[in-house]
Design a protein around this ligand. Structure first.
Ligand SMILES: [Zn+2]
Length: 311
């Protein structure tokens, strides 16, 4: 869906992913223009230098293409462990950086105020503020793609735990089970992420499939291996979300990311499993994310505007 942030300051927004880097310019009306994907310049070490060079170049190009828009701030988001308050990239496994003061470096590169935020928290904030979940004060937005992570909103405010909160994907669902990218075993992400579903099916059957969608299609057409992999993922998601529900009592859980595009095939069985684990707990509504793949850019822009509004 095409989303508008509403009126506010024009800002530049950058979403650094593990493979792609997305860039765009948000107008005073709140529309995103010039959205572009470039490969993330991943380096064996200090990827931050190449990332900063790339966003500086892309920013200059955007300003040249849209001279009528005068951006007042820059919003940058990235994966890994991010200290939003201090604008520091503490750690990003796939991007090879550690303790990088991204906010300060971005401000220096652009000569504009900047924000630096975690990608899932920024995308989650976009979903929470602009999607149907905005009517609730307590919400959890979970992104299920290559990994699984959540953005937590308590009393209408994001909760980040100094960068360490929301790592639902690395809570153990099956002790001693599947090895996980984090070094642990049996994490939710190692069983139920789109990447894990694909990987587990490939391993069991030696049949390479391009993605989780294909595994779901095969499960539907009676492939029992695909069905087993899919059901294990649904069970794990139901259990993982029940733990989050017991702890946070969210009024709504929004599921986004690639896997959420499965729609009812995901939501109906996960809701059923989640509710089956709850007794006296408040039952959260389960909703599908509405903003889609630009949620990160939108969230980055929202954070950039927020720093201009904070005295
Ligand atoms: Zn893990």
């Amino acid at each position: 869906m095409t989303v508008s942030l509403g009126p506010g300051a024009p800002v530049l927004a950058f979403d650094v992913g593990g493979t792609d880097l997305k860039s765009g310019l948000v107008t005073a009306d709140g529309d995103i223009v010039g959205v572009q994907r470039t490969p993330t310049p991943v380096q064996p070490e200090h990827t931050e230098k190449a990332v900063l060079e790339t966003i500086t170049r892309l920013g200059a190009e955007l300003r040249q293409q849209h001279p009528e828009i005068d951006p007042q701030a820059v919003g940058l988001i990235a994966p890994g462990v991010v200290d939003d308050d201090n604008g520091i990239g503490l750690f990003a496994e796939n991007l090879n950086w550690q303790d990088v003061p991204f906010r300060d470096l971005t401000e220096k590169a652009f000569g504009l105020p900047a924000s630096f935020t975690h990608d899932v928290r920024a995308a989650g904030e976009a979903e929470y503020r602009l999607g149907p979940a905005s009517q609730y004060r307590n919400a959890l937005v979970v992104t299920i793609g290559t990994g699984i992570a959540g953005a937590i909103f308590i009393d209408g405010k994001p909760y980040a735990g100094e960068g360490y909160a929301g790592e639902l994907g690395h809570s153990v669902i099956a002790p001693g089970g599947e090895p996980c990218a984090c070094g642990g075993r049996g994490c939710l992400e190692a069983i139920a992420s789109a990447a894990a579903i694909t990987r587990r099916y490939n391993r069991i059957t030696s049949v390479p499939v391009p993605g989780a969608r294909e595994v779901l299609e095969r499960a539907r057409s009676g492939d029992t291996d695909a069905e087993a992999v899919w059901i294990t993922a649904l069970d794990a998601l139901g259990l993982g979300l029940s733990h989050a529900t017991a702890l946070l009592a969210p009024q709504v859980i929004v599921l986004g990311g690639g896997l959420a595009q499965a729609g009812d095939a995901l939501f109906t069985p996960v809701r059923e499993r989640l509710y089956s684990h709850l007794t006296f707990h408040r039952r959260p509504e389960l909703m599908q994310a509405s903003i889609g793949q630009d949620a990160g850019l939108v969230g980055a822009a929202m954070r950039a505007r927020a720093i201009l509004e904070t005295p």
